[in-house]
Write a protein that binds this ligand. Structure first.
Ligand code: MN
Length: 292
């Protein structure tokens, strides 16, 4: 495999919480159909809590992966689902959905999560919304690594999570040099979580993403000397053919459809529905949509 291309995170503010945004970046918009990666925390509940009021989405799947703490998801389909470390929430927006996420009352301790978005292909992006909870995702256990599948397949571990495009997403603990079998047609991103990781000999640091183009059938990962074990998330997929337009929580293809989605949310159009839980609706930011 070639040397990974390093993409540096941008720090963003989401509801008062500082997050490291690893996608989209100017130099790298997508990895497969993965089009958005936020790493939030770790933080202590006492320093502020993750309370994200009702907000809409279109044209994407949200994949939420808790690293520490607990979050309650509510959506306009009537879903109400607690999410804990080791579990996956996967929401499909299609033509429109609304959800809210909040830390349960009385929660204590650390919070840390990855909020990931997957762009939907043309065939499904105008379709109905949906929600899945995966309480026990499949695990690939080898002598040197443990991989928990969020979506897709790695070796013999196959996730039942929905994907409308060929992708993979996995949480990895790497204890010793390991060679993972990966799809040759996929591009990949290695995202270290708190510890650096050696990718084909190159050290990728937390706060950055290591991008690998399609071509290699194996991915060589190793902990850095003295670290013990490396924790990371691996994302991959077949390069996404469509040029995406993104604004706020909407993924589309044109500026016009993003503006229409924003106007529909602002006017309370039934396209998006209602969510319980008592948090106030999040207004559309005033910034004009920008075609990407
Ligand atoms: Mn959301």
């Amino acid at each position: 495999m070639p040397t990974p291309e390093i993409v540096t995170a941008h720090e963003a503010d989401v509801g008062g919480i500082t997050v490291r945004r690893l996608l989209p970046r100017a130099v790298r918009r997508t990895v497969g159909a993965w089009c958005f990666v936020d790493h939030a925390g770790p933080l202590d509940v006492g320093d502020g809590t993750m309370q994200v009021g009702p907000h809409p989405h279109t044209g994407l799947h949200t994949v939420t992966w808790m690293l520490d703490g607990e979050l309650v998801h509510r959506d306009s389909l009537g879903s109400e689902q607690a999410l804990r470390p080791g579990q996956v929430n996967l929401m499909t927006a299609g033509q429109g959905v609304v959800h809210a996420e909040q830390v349960p009352e009385g929660a204590t301790g650390r919070q840390q999560l990855l909020q990931l978005w997957v762009a939907q292909p043309e065939a499904t992006r105008h379709g109905p919304a949906a929600f899945e909870h995966h309480a026990e995702p499949p695990v690939l256990e080898t002598a040197s690594a443990t991989a928990t599948l969020l979506v897709g397949q790695l070796g013999e571990a196959v996730s039942t999570a929905r994907s409308d495009w060929p992708i993979v997403g996995a949480d990895l603990v790497v204890r010793a040099p390991t060679s993972l079998p990966v799809e040759r047609s996929f591009e990949h991103a290695v995202i270290p979580l708190g510890t650096p990781v050696r990718v084909d000999g190159t050290v990728v640091e937390p706060g950055t993403l290591g991008y690998l183009p399609p071509g290699g059938g194996e991915l060589d990962l190793a902990p850095v000397e003295g670290v013990g074990e490396a924790r990371l998330v691996l994302l991959g997929g077949e390069p996404f053919p469509d040029r995406l337009a993104m604004f706020w929580n909407f993924v589309g293809r044109t500026r016009d459809e993003l503006e229409e989605a924003a106007a529909d949310w602002a006017s309370g159009d039934p396209r998006f529905g209602e969510v319980g839980g008592g948090l106030p609706r999040t207004p559309v930011p005033s910034m004009a949509p920008r075609s990407r």
